[in-house]
Design a protein around this ligand. Structure first.
Ligand code: PMP
Length: 419
């Protein structure tokens, strides 16, 4: 790409085009063909800046945190706590102390289910979820419901994959103890109306947990403005490392969360038979935390903000629009979920007549195109859609229209093969 060519492009196009160069996985030597990675809802690729932050931590600052009284440990602690500040700022939390580092979205939801909700649950209580939730936002609630005699109730979706909001009020009963909902569906790309859901639940004094796993890398999140009670996400879906995620919790609930795990780093005083805990959030971070990963998450936030979340969101919408124009008019292909871009993020699920999604994914893989096929950890949604599995495309800042054209060529081949 010549400098002259880049100068002619808009600022936004320019930033997006340059971004792909930051991802070493797309520049591997000795590859037969370039990788077309369309499985970003599963995990995103990592830019050099994030990879270098991990290497630099291990080469320059590696030590345990909160323990040593020596310089290196102070450096590591300062980087780790700096990452907490950076996360708080990124999602609009008023204080870094509202941020607990976990292993990911799944652990964050389990923590709230076990350590906050379960002690409050009684037989006959309800946990309200939606038909489009990822298993991470279903199974933790099922586990605590089974132990307490509570039940899950489901806010339904339309055949277009949109929440049926007219059914919401009836589900917000005095027995409903929490509403747990995703910001963006990992299968349909549906963007849920969080403000409305949270306001309505709060008008019945029902707290809300938002699963932000698919939202944080594509839209600006402001937990204070949203007024959600809990917000959870994973670093690996926003260009950061695996092994670290976030639990944001409103200050008013923090003291109610009992430690999920015991161990070093979370105590104040230990006696033979019992112990007292240190302050929130550290009382929830037993054991040596994912220090390098926290540093990597902070680098991912810097990276995302450097390119600009609005720029990324807009780019992904353009790609979604381009792909939808092809797929919605394609004979023998049916698209699930909304096609209206105001309600859809960069995730598209579809079916090819007479062809199993796994076969589609396998043939695309032969052309170097990585897509996901399966139930996407959303079996309740699959049965609502009446299919066992779908093929899923999910976009990111480094994808482009030429890749979608190549995907379309490959899809044509699939149809030719399966008649
Ligand atoms: N919720 C949603 C909406 C997701 O897409 C995912 C990951 N596919 C999860 C939760 C679980 O995230 P993790 O595996 O990182 O805990």
């Amino acid at each position: 790409m010549s400098e002259e060519f880049l100068k002619k492009l808009s600022d936004r196009q320019n930033r997006i085009l340059r971004a792909k160069a930051d991802f070493p996985i797309f520049h591997k030597k000795k590859e037969k063909r370039p990788l077309i990675y369309l499985d970003n809802a599963a995990t995103t690729q990592k830019p050099r800046q994030v990879i270098e932050s991990l290497v630099s931590f291990y080469e320059q600052h590696n030590s345990n945190v909160h323990r040593g009284i020596y310089r290196l440990s102070e450096e590591a602690t300062s980087l780790y706590e700096g990452a907490r500040r950076s996360v708080a700022h990124f999602i609009g939390a008023s204080s870094p102390q509202s941020i607990v580092f976990t292993r990911g979205t799944t652990e964050s939801i389990n923590m709230i289910a076990r350590s906050w909700l379960q002690p409050k649950l009684n037989r006959g209580d309800h946990i309200l979820v939606t038909e489009m939730e990822h298993h991470s936002n279903l199974i933790p609630w099922q586990l605590v419901a089974q132990e307490t005699g509570a039940q899950l109730s489901y806010l339904s979706i339309t055949s277009q994959g949109i929440l049926e909001l007219e059914n919401l009020e009836a589900l917000l009963t005095p027995d409903t103890k929490i509403l747990a909902v995703s910001a963006v569906s990992n299968v349909l790309g549906t963007i849920n109306p969080l403000e409305h859901l949270i306001k309505t639940a709060h008008s019945h004094n029902i707290p809300v947990l938002v699963d932000g796993a698919q939202a944080v890398a594509r839209q600006i999140i402001d937990v204070a403005a949203l007024d959600c009670d809990f917000f959870v996400f994973s670093a690996h879906k926003m260009y950061g490392p695996t092994g670290i995620g976030v639990l944001y919790c409103k200050p008013e609930h923090q003291q109610d969360i009992q430690p999920f795990m015991g161990g070093g780093g979370m105590i104040e005083q230990v006696q033979e038979q019992n112990a007292s805990w240190t302050e929130y959030p550290w009382k929830l971070e037993a054991g040596t935390p994912a220090i390098a990963q926290a540093v990597g998450l902070s680098a991912a936030i810097d990276y995302l903000q450097g390119v600009g979340l609005e720029t990324i969101g807009r780019h992904e919408k353009e790609l979604t629009d381009y792909a939808l124009q092809k797929l919605t008019q394609w004979p023998g292909v049916s698209v699930h979920g909304p096609v209206n871009l105001t309600q859809k993020a960069g995730v598209i699920s579809f079916q090819v007549d007479n062809t199993h999604p796994h076969d589609v994914a396998q043939i695309l893989d032969e052309d170097g195109i990585a897509v996901r096929a399966g139930h996407h950890c959303a079996q309740i949604l699959m049965s609502r859609l009446g299919v066992p599995a779908t093929v899923r495309l999910s976009f990111s800042l480094y994808n482009d229209q030429a890749e979608i054209d190549q995907f379309a060529e490959s899809l044509l081949k699939v149809q030719q093969m399966f008649g």
